[in-house]
Design a protein around this ligand. Structure first.
Ligand SMILES: Cc1ncc(COP(=O)(O)O)c(C=O)c1O
Length: 384
């Protein structure tokens, strides 16, 4: 479906909605382009299936659909050429919940965990909250194209105290879909220094044209040292259902994780919350492909209009861009400045790492009309 028809059919006017994104926008009198959810409703067949479930009125303890695992495994095999095994899959209430559980279960108090920044804030927060030490390595910024600093990572690994690397792939906020060679170089280092890898892949379904997403577990050589977080929550905007898969092929690590979940009564899956994932994997593929086109067109437009003035991350995956407004920022933080001057609510660059006070993260999963409004507002600060 072309982007105009998709928007016409699925865009939701959320101005009065009781959602985190739009409620804060209302409070500040801003167009909200922050937080990672979308302004589009789900495919009508998925909504119909959920309605059917509700209308039955049978809300007793439920099971997953019998073919839930087949549908999940088939989706990832077909789209990303990776084979997950049913007996390696566990569930959590969302990806951030999974981060906490994996850290608690598979590392020890006081261990160091490495992250590549700038990065989605809950990575660092979860490490700290669990009593582990975050070790930040800055990515190299080549005019909006961010890459790993392998030398700096190795220097940290050499200290011998790092037990885990938490990877965000595709990367939020810099939008990278890492090449196979980049991942291999990173994982080789982890292997050499006995560092476990936790790969958060919740953005893996939103991939821009000509990009190929490589699931970490598709690189079989490293499977034994790898935990992947996989979800449909970003793909189809299902955040309210809090449903995520944790995949652990290594038997010993899996056993440890299951023991942790049993001790904390956190391993059972909510069958209702799993349904939107299941139905979207069955009915949502065309919807998703159209959505990716909408995001890409929004990105192309934004970039064409504003790249002469701002540094804009290369969007390869996800619907989030990281934007450096540089000298146009006249406040202590760009996000504050844009609220006041443009009526735009974006995520603050400093929340992703220190030193990014001229940067904001912008969510493109909305209508072209909203993106045009945002571009016009941003041009206002250039012309001042
Ligand atoms: C990389 C990444 N991981 C995790 C999450 C949050 O996932 P959940 O809502 O399932 O905890 C987000 C949300 O934006 C994200 O971008």
């Amino acid at each position: 479906m072309d982007s105009r028809s998709f928007t016409k059919k699925y865009y939701i006017d959320r101005r009065k909605a009781n959602t985190v994104k739009w409620q804060r926008g209302r409070k500040l009198n801003c167009l909200p382009l922050w937080i990672a959810d979308m302004d589009f409703k789900d495919d009508e067949r998925v909504i119909e299936k959920l309605k059917e479930f509700m209308e039955k009125g049978d809300y007793g303890y439920g099971n997953l659909p019998e073919d839930y695992y087949d549908v999940f495994i088939d989706w990832h095999k077909r789209r990303n050429n990776v084979e997950y095994r049913r007996d390696t899959i566990r569930f959590t209430k969302g990806a951030v919940d999974a981060m906490y559980q994996v850290i608690y279960a598979l590392t020890n108090k006081g261990d160091s965990i490495l992250i590549n920044t700038p990065l989605y804030p809950p990575f660092k927060a979860s490490i700290k909250q669990c009593g582990r030490k975050p070790v930040e390595v800055s990515m190299i910024d080549n005019d909006g194209y961010f890459t790993f600093d392998y030398k700096a990572i190795e220097r940290k690994f050499k200290s011998g105290r790092i037990k885990m690397l938490m990877l965000c792939s595709p990367h939020n906020p810099v939008g990278r879909v890492f090449k196979k060679g980049e991942l291999e170089e990173l994982f080789d280092l982890c292997h050499r220094y006995h560092v476990l890898i936790l790969s958060d892949e919740v953005h893996s379904d939103i991939i821009m044209p000509d990009q190929e997403f490589i699931p970490s577990l598709a690189l079989k050589k490293y499977r034994n040292e790898m935990i992947s977080l996989v979800a449909a929550s970003k793909s189809f905007s299902l955040a309210v259902f809090s449903h995520c898969h944790v995949i652990i092929p290594n038997r010993k690590l899996l056993r440890k994780f299951i023991d942790y979940q049993q001790k904390h009564h956190s391993g059972s899956v909510n069958a209702f919350n799993a349904l939107p994932t299941y139905y979207n994997y069955i009915y949502g593929e065309q919807w998703l492909d159209s959505l990716c086109n909408v995001v890409f067109e929004n990105y192309q437009y934004f970039s064409k209009e504003l790249s002469p003035y701002f540094e804009i991350s290369n969007l390869e995956g996800s619907y989030l861009i990281f934007v450096n407004i540089g000298e146009y920022n006249k406040d202590e933080s760009a996000s504050k400045y844009l609220i006041e001057k443009c009526g735009l609510l974006c995520n603050d660059g400093e929340s992703f790492a220190k030193g990014y006070n001229n940067w904001v993260r912008i969510n493109l999963a909305t209508s072209m009309k909203n993106i045009k409004k945002a571009v016009m507002a941003l041009k206002g600060i250039i012309e001042q």
